[in-house]
Design a protein around this ligand. Structure first.
Ligand code: C5P
Length: 304
C-alpha cells in the first residue's frame, strides 16, 4: 500500500499529503497552450496535510471541511475538484466528506493544493471496490494541475513537459537524498504562480533543454553533488520584485555554508542540511531578524 495511506476502515480513510520541494527547476520554453516547458526534479518532504475521507450515501455529493483555514473551504479547492472528478469518471453512486487538516502554507511553491488533490484521488480509490487505474488517475491528475502528476507516486521524480511527464528517480538518486534534512523558510507573503511564470517569460531567459537534462544526468550519475545540483530559474522573476531574498540567501551561505534555494514559484525557500548541522536556532534567528516575526520556519526531512 502507498505509504501516504495512514489508515483504512470500511468507509473511511486517512491520507498524508506531503509537500514537495523542487531541487532543480529549469523553464526551457514557452508553449502554445499558455504553459511553459519544464525540466524539474522534485522530492516530497515530511511536512504535509492530513485528509480524512468518509464515504457517504449522498450520490455524487462532495463536502469539504477545512476547519483550520475556512478560506480554503470552497468548491474551487483542488481537493474538492479532485473528488468531483473521481466520482464523475468512475460513475459510482456514493459521495464523500473530506476533512482537510492544513499544515502546508498555501501560495508557497510547496505543492500543497496539488498534493491534497492527489491524496483525494488515492483515498477515493481506497474507499472504492472498483479502483481507477494508475493511467486514469494520471489523466485526472494532469487535468487538475501541472504539479499534480508528480504526486501520484510518493518518491522523488523528474517532471517534464508541462509537468505531466513523470519519471521516478532510481535508487542511486534516492540514496543521495536519503539522509538529508531540510530547513524551510518563508516570508510572510504568498506568491501567484501564473504571475511568476508571466514575469519570468517576459525576461526570455529560458534554460537550454539539453543543459537541463545534462545537469539531471550529472547529478544522477554522481558527478554533481546535491548542493551543486540545486537550481531554480523562477528565482530571478521573484527576486527582482522582492529584494529581501538575496541578502538573506547571501547571509545563510556566508554564515552557515548552506545553499538556499526557492521552491517552485515561491515564496517558500529551503536549504539541505548536512547530517551534523547543529546551528538550527541561530539559523532560525537569522531568518526572523531579516524577514520579521511573520516569517515561517520549519525543519524536516525528505520523504522518500
Ligand atoms: O497547472 P496549474 O493550474 O497549476 O498552473 C498554474 C499556472 O502556472 C498556469 O496557469 C500557468 O500560468 C503557470 N504554469 C506554466 N507552465 C507550467 C505550469 C504552470 O506557465 N508548466
Amino acid at each position: 500500500m502507498d505509504k501516504r495511506i495512514v489508515s483504512v476502515q470500511s468507509n473511511a480513510v486517512e491520507v498524508f499529503a506531503p509537500a514537495k520541494i523542487n531541487l532543480f527547476l529549469a523553464v526551457t520554453g514557452r508553449r502554445n497552450d499558455g504553459f511553459h516547458d519544464l525540466c524539474t526534479v522534485m522530492s516530497k518532504i515530511n511536512l504535509g496535510d492530513h485528509l480524512n475521507l468518509s464515504r457517504t450515501t449522498s450520490v455524487s455529493d462532495v463536502v469539504l471541511h477545512c476547519s483550520g483555514n475556512l478560506t480554503l473551504e470552497n468548491n474551487r479547492n483542488l481537493a474538492f475538484l479532485a473528488a468531483e472528478k473521481w466520482l464523475k469518471y468512475s460513475g459510482q453512486s456514493w459521495g464523500v466528506k473530506i476533512d482537510l487538516d492544513k499544515t502546508i502554507p498555501p501560495r508557497s511553491g510547496l505543492g500543497g493544493g496539488s498534493s491534497d488533490a492527489v491524496s483525494v484521488l488515492l483515498g477515493m480509490n481506497e474507499l472504492s471496490e472498483k479502483k481507477l487505474s494508475r493511467e486514469v488517475l494520471l489523466g485526472l491528475a494532469s487535468e487538475l494541475g501541472s504539479d499534480c502528476p508528480a504526486f501520484l507516486d510518493a518518491g522523488p521524480c523528474l517532471a517534464q513537459g508541462r509537468g505531466e511527464q513523470i519519471s521516478l528517480l532510481g535508487e542511486v538518486a534516492r540514496e543521495k537524498l536519503r539522509k538529508k534534512r531540510v530547513f524551510l523558510f518563508r516570508p510572510d507573503i504568498g506568491l501567484s504562480t501564473p504571475e511568476i511564470f508571466a514575469d519570468f517569460s517576459r525576461s526570455n531567459s529560458f534554460s537550454d533543454n539539453s543543459w537541463a537534462n545534462e545537469r539531471v544526468e550529472a547529478w544522477q550519475s554522481g558527478s554533481l553533488n546535491s548542493e551543486q545540483f540545486l537550481h531554480n530559474d523562477l528565482e530571478s522573476a521573484v527576486f527582482e520584485k522582492h529584494r529581501y531574498f538575496i541578502p538573506l540567501f547571501e547571509e545563510i551561505t556566508a554564515k552557515f555554508g548552506l545553499v538556499p534555494r526557492m521552491s517552485g514559484s515561491g515564496s517558500c525557500c529551503f536549504a539541505l542540511l548536512p547530517e551534523n548541522f547543529n546551528e538550527m536556532s541561530e539559523l532560525e534567528e537569522r531568518v526572523r531578524v531579516a524577514w520579521g516575526s511573520g516569517a515561517w520556519v520549519k525543519s524536516t526531512e525528505l520523504f522518500l
